[in-house]
Each structure stands twice: as structure tokens, then as C-alpha cells.
Design a protein around this ligand. Sequence first.
Ligand code: SF4
Length: 322
Amino acid sequence: MNNLLAVKDLHTYFHLRNGVVKAVEGVSIEVKQGEVVGIVGESGCGKSMTALSIMRLIQPPGRIEKGEIIFKGRDLLKMEDEELRKIRGSEISMIFQEPMTALNPVFTVGYQIEEVLKLHSELGKEERKSRVIEMMRKVGLPDPEKRYREYPHQLSGGMRQRVMIAMALIMNPSLVIADEPTTALDVTIQKQILELMKTLKREYDMSLIFITHDMGVVREISDRVYVMYAGKIVEEGSVEEIFENPLHPYTVGLLDSIPSVNIEDRKKPLKSIEGSVPDPANKPSGCPFHPRCEKAMDICRNVEPPLVKISETHFVRCHLYG
Ligand code: SF4
């Protein structure tokens, strides 16, 4: 299967008065046609910065220092702004965590979804409206004709996220990047939105990058998984490899902090990873996970581990391997 997207050696830095923050450091990610790729890690690990870099939405003082973002054979980093604007929203779209900040409060939701069609298609007004209502129905918004005329504040959090999904899918993009799309929702609505995304992904045969801190969500939706820590990929593999044979101590820690599907195991208390994500402006030397790692050795404090190949699809960045 060919890659739809190949991010190669991406570096995104923020140049602040008191130093350089290396938010993304040498990230490489591949997404195949129709594949769901999960990017997982705690807040501050560089997941969202990776997503914003792919969309070329990094604002100053941040900038992409180096790397390639090859989408359908072309490097997005070398494209003119005008061409990129056409691709953004039509071929690649993004769903954000908090729809209330992504939606404009002074326009109706129908108007805002229709704007995407206005920008990227030649359709007339009536056709646009019927396409929007059809999409609103597809994402499970009840009474779409009525909702079309409503403002974001009149909808619940779950319904607003459905509006964001409708907006992201209305042009039938090849790639959707969803950044923590279910995090702000309660558990029942979270499940419904995940189910909806799985159904729509199949129906539209799109590829999906799903960013989350929640391993349970990753298992639910992904084909392949990238685990990020301190701006780098520390483990990557198929969903089976990551869940049945996790190698990096950080991945193991993330897995220990989710409730087990096994009823007996649920009686054991959940563990959390000691300590917190390092300040990206002041990362520890060697392996940046060493201050929190139960398996840390002397070498870990001084030498950064390389990414080691375990199988054709499984890679890990840790001195315990290779
Ligand atoms: Fe732990 Fe060392 Fe592996 Fe880092 S390299 S995860 S500190 S064992």
C-alpha cells in the first residue's frame, strides 16, 4: 500500500527570548490510504505541534526548522500558501478538541459548514445547503434543518463536535487529523463520537490521524500507533504490537494507567507514571524519560537512544533493546 502521507525528520522549534523550545524533534510518520494512525502521549509531548506542523499552521515564534511533509507525492513545506490553502479543508482537514473555540459564535452552524463548500467548490446556494443538511444528518445531528439555523452555543458539546466532523468531512478529504476530538466530552458521548468516526472513516475510505493521550481510545480506533515523548517518537508499531508486546517503559506506563478489559485485572489499582513530562525548553540529557524510568541505567543519563528495529513494523527508542 502506498503512503498517502510521509512526514520525514520533522523539526518544529519555538524561538523565545530565553531560549529555543524544541517541540518536535525529528519525527517521522507514515499514513497509508484508508489507515488510522494513532499518535499517543501525555499533554506536552509534541502531538498537537506535530499535527499543526503537518497542516502548516504553526504560528511565530514557532517555525518548522527542517523536514519534509510529503502528501500525495508532493512536499507541503515547499508549496505556495495559495495552493496549500486549497488543500487545507478540501484534501486534508482537521478536527480540534474544543469546538467552541474552533467555531465562530456569531454565525449559524449551517453557515459555517457551508463556508467550506463555498471556498472549495463551484456548487450553487441551494445545492450547498442540501449538501450541508445531508452531511449534518450523516454525522447524527437530529433535526438538521432546524440545527442548520442554530448558533454554536445552542448545541450541546457532543453536537458541536458532530458539527466539526461535518465541517471536516464535507469536502470528502483524503486525510483527517483529529486532535483529541473526544477529550472534552463525557464518556457516553465520547463512545458515540468514536463509533461515528469509525463508521464515517469506512464509508469515505479516508485516512485518519487520531491524536490522544488515552490508550483506551487508541486501541479502539487505530491500525498503527506512534508513541510520543518529549518531542520524539519513542515507539511505533501495529496496534497488536503496541498492546500485546509494548517495549518502551513509557508505553508500558501508559498502558498500566488504563482500565483493563479483563474483569479480574480490574480489581488491581491503576498505576500512573511517576513525575511529569519535562519542560520542552529544558529536556533531560540522554534519554529524556530517564528521570521517570524504573529501568534507567547509567548510559540512559548521558546517551540518547537510537530508534531500534524490532520487526518490519515495530520500532523502539530505548537502550534496553538493540
Ligand atoms: Fe528507560 Fe533507559 Fe530505556 Fe530511557 S533508554 S526508557 S531511561 S531504559
